[in-house]
Design a protein around this ligand. Structure first.
Ligand SMILES: Cc1ncc(COP(=O)(O)O)c(C=O)c1O
Length: 411
């Protein structure tokens, strides 16, 4: 006899757990699949959606894999990663945070190597959040942040930023948003999708608010610095803690190889945090994924040792492409554009081109179908009237794609 109670769906999606209620699929991964399918059908689509560098992996990383294979480095690695890589990550972080080193440098024990920056962020949420804890997320945001917060039982709360403020939140806004319920503030500089970059002074002003607002004594910062090497303008990259060394004991710095060394598919990221939090993440990881692919870790160690000069050529290419993209886009009379200071995206406001009732998802769909240009809608990033264009692609595609877009908008 069937038990009607036990077969009753637990949530609106049938057998799935309630944990998945209201959690969205990754919109960018889905869009990319649509574009690939159109291309496979022979359609002439220009793809400006890339969320990953189009450069090759450094030779040093490839050689390290070959060497590791020859040395049979194919066993399980420790859950937090191989010691050599954890040490190299601590050294990189110390170099970016000299103000922190003055009081207490980071060591291997503060580092966990993860399956991309994504898992480091997810681990952070799982390790720090209790059900009902609030997480402040400046909009526009990288689309996975709110979903990760929800999966960890937290409640995302948004702080809007505007193009007029170069998509950076202001200290006053943070002050108003903080309360004893807020467990985490997520920061992302350079930002995906806007390309905005916080200067040292701007970060210091935010840190000062966190340190001086009553009730925020237990608020943590998770600083996503995955685009640290892709700096386009004159403002240098500043690691959050270097502007806020006083928050060392309540900050998690997240980074990885994906964007800086064009190693997206190798899935190496990490976090650097106080030891007790890192230990919590090691427990989580030890019971879920275990240590990350051994070959990719050795490859990352080799890539991390490359000098800054190695990345200079790639930067020059990004800067040139960015300039080209901005020049063409600015020909559209009603487009709102901000020159990005980092990462490889241009975020454009298109509200004056939208039809009544349309949001950026419908708009991007229309541009894809009618102009055959694939762009990422801003809606899943929390900005329904914007679109994200990527210049992590060749100049020809940038030129043709942006010209098609401008022509379509202006017709
Ligand atoms: C802002 C931001 N953070 C984190 C990630 C995750 O990167 P990965 O998991 O490939 O290291 C991405 C990737 O698109 C990103 O744009």
């Amino acid at each position: 006899m069937s038990d009607s109670k036990s077969s009753k769906p637990k949530n609106s999606q049938g057998p799935l757990s309630r944990r998945l209620d209201g959690v969205s699929e990754s919109a960018t991964l889905k869009l990319n699949a649509t574009v690939q399918a159109m291309k496979a059908r022979g359609e002439d689509v220009i793809n400006l959606t890339a969320g990953e560098p189009d450069f090759n992996v450094p030779d040093a990383a490839k050689e390290a894999v070959i060497e590791s294979l020859q040395k049979n480095r194919s066993k399980y690695t420790p859950a937090p990663g191989i010691t050599e890589l954890r040490e190299a990550i601590a050294a990189k972080t110390n170099a970016q945070q000299p103000e922190v080193v003055r009081s207490q440098a980071w060591k291997a024990a503060n580092v966990i190597v993860t399956n991309g920056g994504k898992q480091a962020l997810f681990n952070s949420m799982l390790a720090l959040l209790d059900p009902g804890d609030e997480v402040l997320i400046p909009t526009p945001y990288w689309l996975s942040y709110p979903e990760m917060v929800k999966l960890a039982g937290g409640i995302p709360k948004f702080i809007p930023s505007t193009l007029a403020n170069q998509f950076k939140i202001q200290p006053e806004q943070l002050k108003n948003a903080l309360s004893s319920k807020v467990k985490i503030l997520i920061l992302n500089s350079p930002s995906n999708p806007t390309g905005s970059l916080y200067s040292k002074a701007e970060f210091a002003a935010l840190a000062e608010v966190i340190q001086s607002t009553p009730g925020a004594e237990n608020t943590w910062v998770v600083s996503d610095e995955i685009y640290d090497r892709i700096i386009l303008g004159d403002t240098p990259f500043c690691s959050f803690l270097n502007a806020a060394p006083g928050l060392r004991d309540r900050t998690v710095t997240v980074n990885g190889m994906s964007k800086s060394a064009a190693m997206t598919g190798w899935r190496i990221g990490w976090s650097v945090a106080p030891e007790n939090v890192t230990q919590g993440m090691i427990t989580l990881q030890g019971q879920s994924t275990s240590g990350i692919n051994s070959l990719a870790q050795w490859a990352s160690l080799a890539a991390l040792k490359l000098p800054d000069s190695y990345f200079e050529q790639g930067l020059q290419i990004y800067r040139k492409r960015c300039k080209l993209m901005l020049e063409i886009l600015r020909k559209a009379r009603k487009i709102e554009v901000m020159a990005p200071e980092g990462a490889f995206y241009v975020f454009i406001g298109v509200k004056d081109y939208m039809r009544a009732g349309e949001d950026s998802i419908a708009f991007a769909q229309r541009v894809l179908e009618e102009a055959k240009v694939a762009l990422v809608p801003g809606t899943p990033f929390g900005e329904p009237e914007f679109l994200r264009l990527s210049f992590a692609t060749d100049e020809q595609s940038i030129q043709n794609g942006c010209e098609r877009l401008v022509k379509y908008l202006e017709k």
